[in-house]
Design a protein around this ligand. Structure first.
Ligand code: ADP
Length: 393
């Protein structure tokens, strides 16, 4: 479904559910990490893009005593009094994302009143495209359209608000800014370069005529992904930074290759390996953004392949399933590059390719993956898409 089709379906569902037409809609995309694997919590650099898969929320102010939220995603309807919201703990937990946004807007002085809303999404469940960020940012766009807030004029400020909502008492997930930023600040035909320390960012050209993005999901989640793999790597990175820089609040972002080589001698070999990935990954992200600005997608692809190799060898967060997808894609003419995307130990590969080879690429991935693992990967094609928006209807 296109963005416009999702918006139409959401408005139609609102009308069918509540018997009146919505007066506004918020829409926000999911996102994909193109380069910068595990660099975000090291205060490093990331290249992401908003994707063609979106979440839309149609809404209208309501005269009823309670706010009503419904979704087509299979979760039950939620109702609450906007003035006295409490965290949902039952099947309607999904409403916490919206309560978090309402709460944060109230803190900025936006007089959010009672409303009714309906959510529809084309972001596939469990796809790693960050459906929660899409929901949060779409909700922020809807509510700042219904109750205008100057903060909404800056997509970055809106992203920060959505992050506070996810960190806050209703959702309580200690996430960084990356997902909400990508969803809020996306630009058609552009990837997004983010400095996770200063939050300075810029859009860099990634035109749809030159580059297709394919997300190939293994649907595999190895034990380390489900268990403590992510937090173990987080801990190792923090420890390596502390030892290399001699400060408790140090981050690997500050470590140069020269410092790693000179001071890394005394470092535990495993910590040095992890630090090696982050230090050089940050350099790759900067180089890739510059290459995109020059229109040199072959160089971007080379950097993606190096990133994958670094995940495999130094960060050890890849797995046989993702490796096979990356190897198969990388061997095809017309593929710029391929790599692991997301936390690792399963999940997805992201492939940057010439648009003309899209079908050949999909067939090759399905064939080689099925031959080895007995089932097909889930393939999601996208371009670098526009970010979130709110519309009055
Ligand atoms: P992701 O990595 O996709 O963000 P999370 O587990 O962090 O996955 O968030 C998924 C949660 O977001 C769902 O369990 C649900 O609570 C909420 N959510 C996402 N999309 C929708 C939707 N369309 N309707 C209602 N809730 C949604």
């Amino acid at each position: 479904m296109t963005r416009e089709q999702v918006i139409e379906a959401t408005c139609a569902a609102f009308l069918a559910h509540y018997g009146v037409a919505p007066t506004a809609v918020g829409v926000a995309p999911g996102r994909v990490e193109l380069l910068g694997n595990h660099t975000d919590y090291n205060d490093g650099f990331v290249l992401t893009a908003a994707v063609d898969y979106v979440t839309a929320i149609a809404g209208a102010p309501s005269e009823r005593p309670r706010t009503h939220l419904a979704t087509s995603a299979g979760f039950p309807e939620a109702t609450f009094e906007t003035a006295t919201m409490e965290k949902s703990t039952g099947e309607d937990r999904w409403a916490n994302y919206l309560k978090g946004i309402v709460d944060e807007l109230q803190k900025t002085g936006t007089p959010v009143g009672t409303f009714a809303a309906f959510v529809t999404s084309s972001v596939p469940d469990g796809s790693g495209l960050s459906s929660s960020a899409a929901l949060l940012v779409a909700a922020a766009r809807l509510l700042t359209t219904l109750w205008p807030d100057p903060l909404a004029e800056s997509p970055m400020e809106l992203a920060k608000l959505a992050r506070r909502a996810e960190n806050g008492k209703f959702v309580g997930a200690p996430v960084g800014l990356l997902d909400q930023f990508s969803s809020a600040c996306g630009q058609a035909g552009h990837a997004l370069f983010l400095d996770c320390r200063s939050f300075a960012w810029r859009a860099v050209p990634l035109p749809a005529e030159k580059a297709g993005i394919l997300l190939a999901n293994t649907n595999v989640k190895h034990e380390l992904a489900a268990g403590g793999g992510y937090s173990e790597r987080h801990g190792q990175c923090m420890q390596a930074a502390r030892q290399l820089l001699g400060r408790g609040d140090a981050k690997l972002r500050e470590v140069t290759p020269a410092l790693l080589e000179s001071k890394g001698i005394g470092l535990d070999p495993l910590l040095k390996q992890r630090a090696h990935h982050i230090v050089y990954e940050n350099i790759r992200v900067e180089k890739a953004a510059e290459a995109m600005e020059r229109g040199d997608l072959a160089e971007v692809g080379r950097l993606m392949k190096q990133s994958h190799e670094s995940c495999r060898r130094y960060f050890e967060n890849s797995c046989a399933e993702v490796d096979l997808l990356v190897e198969t894609a990388s061997a095809l003419p017309g593929v710029y590059g391929a790599k692991l995307t997301g936390g690792g130990w399963g999940g997805s590969a992201v492939i940057l390719h010439e648009p003309a080879i899209a079908e050949t690429l999909k067939a090759a991935l399905t064939e080689s993956y099925t031959a080895k693992f007995g089932k097909a990967p889930t393939l999601l094609a996208t371009t670098a898409a526009p970010g979130a928006e709110g519309r009055r209807l």
